[in-house]
Ligand binder design. Structure first.
Ligand SMILES: Cc1cc2nc3c(=O)[nH]c(=O)nc-3n(C[C@H](O)[C@H](O)[C@H](O)COP(=O)(O)OP(=O)(O)OC[C@H]3O[C@@H](n4cnc5c(N)ncnc54)[C@H](O)[C@@H]3O)c2cc1C
Length: 412
């Protein structure tokens, strides 16, 4: 079998890539190792930021299904009962994940099929032979009920690798990757955990060291509450202990539990010949807050766009594929996020209180947090210095600075 593009993995990234390619006339084959799309993700809501309105543009162009667009988030520090509210013009999208018919991945794959994409379920990549894009053969293995059924050779012009953070293509192509950290998450999905639709994030350095607890509620009333922490720990007990202490009256109508992990790594290349890596397979999860949906959607959109340009002529245009690598590398530089994550993990509750004081001061001085994503840092630093002048003891500031420096060394 021959095709223009083979997309490996029908998660959010693969689904978006398959939709873009098929919508733009490419002969597209999407392979998924599970027997159904969406089985790999627990039923839940994911939120991801619409930084610089990049997601909005893609959501509108491809008519992607979303559950909510939220412009208000509330941040709480439980031990001190402090909180602040952020209102921003560019908000967060909520996406429904999992195996329900109307989940993000299932509805996106359904649109791709409407545009002529072929979907092979129960199918994994067994072997890849490629010669820097000139010749490419992929051996696909079909399974039924855990048994290997038959093998098939497919010759795609381009491969989009969207098979998640444990991508089989890393192994097949012998890619080097540097793993930075592993995060765990445990949560529940149900009805009406909060009522006004704004997202809520809770910090408590004793109960959730280096992590946080969040609640999201979609317009339909569907709600997710979850706890996120670094390291390979079992979070279920911690989640229920946290809920019974702080939220027992809110997390009540639970329908299902979910759990998972995120491996944060850097690939030394996002392209190898005619293979483009996108989403979690490209290691694009945000190391600070764990957002993976926005990078998955944006990177697969960029990759698919370059792929459409690359296969338009008679010969495969490798320079269009190289463009993806450049665009993605510029777009997903995450040095600041690694740095902030290192700092965040080092904070105790006293430090967190100071951070909340600082946020209040900045808001009082009119810092527009909405603009911070555009690196409008000048007014923030002004307000930060004003806050420092107010500190009761300069020793306290010294302590923060020392911690920041220590975690800078550790976090990178
Ligand atoms: C519990 C949990 C909660 C999360 N919450 C959020 C959140 O609130 N906001 C947010 O932005 N991000 C969140 N994330 C991260 C987000 O889910 C991921 O970043 C996102 O799913 C990445 O999409 P992807 O398509 O790149 O990879 P995946 O979602 O991992 O999809 C990969 C797909 O490839 C398939 N596959 C795997 N191997 C093969 C193979 N060899 N052959 C064929 N198919 C294969 C899998 O079955 C799957 O369908 C969360 C992650 C977890 C685990």
């Amino acid at each position: 079998m021959e095709c223009d593009v083979l997309v490996v993995g029908a998660g959010p990234a693969g689904a978006v890539a398959a939709l873009y390619c098929s919508k733009n006339g490419l002969d597209t084959v999407l392979v998924e190792k599970n027997r159904e799309v969406g089985l790999h993700a627990g039923r839940r809501l994911d939120s991801s930021p619409d930084t610089n309105f990049e997601l909005s543009k893609i959501v509108k162009e491809l008519k992607l299904r979303t559950e909510h667009y939220v412009r208000t988030s509330k941040w709480f520090h439980l031990p001190s009962a402090r909180f602040f509210v952020l209102n921003s013009e560019a908000g967060e999208y909520y996406f429904k994940r999992g195996y329900d018919e109307n989940s993000f991945e299932r509805s996106t794959v359904a649109s791709a099929l409407d545009h002529g994409c072929k979907l092979l379920l129960n199918t994994e990549v067994k072997q890849v032979r490629h010669d820097d894009g000139k010749d490419c053969k992929v051996l696909l293995q079909l399974r039924r009920g855990g048994e290997t059924e038959k093998a098939q050779i497919i010759k795609p012009k381009v491969i989009i690798a969207a098979d998640g953070c444990h991508s089989s293509l890393h192994k097949h192509l012998n890619l080097k990757k540097r793993v930075y950290r592993v995060g765990r998450i445990f949560g529940v999905t149900g009805e009406g955990f909060s009522d006004d639709g704004s997202s809520e994030v809770y910090f408590d350095a004793n109960a959730i060291p280096g992590g946080y607890f969040y609640i999201l509620t979609a317009k339909s009333g569907l709600s997710t509450a979850a706890i996120v922490m670094p390291g390979e720990i079992d979070l279920k007990k911690r989640f229920y202990a946290f809920v019974s202490k702080n939220m027992h009256d809110r997390i009540r109508h639970v329908e299902n539990e979910f759990s998972g992990g995120a491996v944060i790594f850097k690939l030394n290349r996002l392209r190898r010949g005619n293979v483009l890596f996108v989403g979690d397979a490209a290691g694009l999860i945000d190391p600070l807050l764990g957002y993976g949906m926005a990078p998955a959607i944006i990177s697969s959109y960029l990759a698919a766009r370059c792929c459409v340009d690359a296969v338009r002529g008679d010969d495969l245009n490798i320079s269009s594929l190289k463009r993806y690598e450049k665009e993605a590398e510029v777009r997903f530089k995450r040095v600041l996020a690694y740095l902030l994550r290192g700092i965040f993990e080092a904070l105790d509750d006293e430090d967190l209180e100071l951070v909340f004081d600082m946020m209040e001061e900045m808001q009082r001085r009119g810092v527009d947090f909405d603009k911070l994503s555009n690196f409008d840092m000048k007014s923030m630093f002004k307000a930060f210095s004003a806050f420092c002048e107010k500190l009761p003891k300069s020793a306290q500031l010294l302590r923060i600075v020392l911690k920041l420096r220590m975690s800078y060394g550790r976090g990178m």
